[in-house]
Design a protein around this ligand. Structure first.
Ligand code: CA
Length: 232
């Protein structure tokens, strides 16, 4: 994996220093900011940032959550991975962070090794995004041909409904990204069907049944949503 530039926005110096130290040992270039004010200046001056680690609760002009929304509205950073750090651990809070545009979240207090693993998953997705355009997602046990809407598990083709396929490809195109039910609903609507969070759960249950052993790749995050496990 190539070395990446990571911006860490965290107002607690101890945590900021620990994260920075840990990621530097992995060979990344780490830039830190204690507030959004400072982060905005850094973003403007830095040519490229590969990943953001953003604390939700920050002093100053805006919170980490608001900053994430702002980032997503900029063309340059709509797809850049964001991991949100939060002391707010209720499912509603987590869902708000994800709906604001975070790819993943980690709750305080956290283990630095866990953070490092999450960072690795997000950066690996970036490395792979180029090869995804050739539309074959190969997870060993399961292979997905996105353009052909074709899924095979252990070389056997699996017949999915179009909604099941949409859900599976959303998940599989971004391993490690936590999707909320709302995000699935937004993606599925337009097919003239009435979709609720419960409908999503039902589709996922059907999907899991059809893909058998490969269903382990779809992880349920209780009260929050679903994530495709990074299995590589
Ligand atoms: Ca804070």
């Amino acid at each position: 994996m190539k070395n990446s530039t990571i911006l860490v926005i965290e107002d607690e110096q101890d945590i900021r220093d620990l994260i920075s130290f840990q990621l530097k040992t992995e060979g990344h270039e780490v830039i830190t900011a204690e507030s959004v004010d400072k982060a905005i200046t850094i973003v403007e001056r830095t040519e490229r940032i590969d990943l953001f680690i953003i604390d939700w609760m920050l002093p100053g002009i805006m919170s980490g959550l608001e900053f994430t929304k702002k980032l997503r509205s900029q063309k340059k950073y709509t797809e850049t991975p964001v991991i949100m750090i939060t002391a707010l651990t209720q499912p509603d809070n987590i869902v708000a962070a994800l709906d604001a545009g975070a790819d993943d979240y980690i709750t305080k207090p956290f283990d630095l090794n866990v953070l490092q693993a999450r960072v690795r998953v997000q950066l690996r997705n970036l490395d792979h995004s180029a090869s995804k355009t050739n539309d074959m997602l190969d997870f060993g046990l399961m292979k997905i041909e996105v353009n052909k809407c074709k899924v095979t598990v252990k070389k056997e083709e699996v017949q999915l409904t179009s909604t099941e396929f949409k859900i599976l490809s959303m998940l599989a195109l971004k391993p490690g990204h936590v999707f909320t039910r709302e995000q699935f609903i937004n993606n599925i609507q337009g097919e003239n069907i009435f979709v609720t969070g419960r409908t999503i759960d039902t589709h996922i249950a059907g999907l899991r049944k059809k893909i058998g052993e490969a269903s382990e790749m779809i992880e349920t995050i209780r009260g929050i949503g679903y994530r495709f496990k990074d299995v590589l």
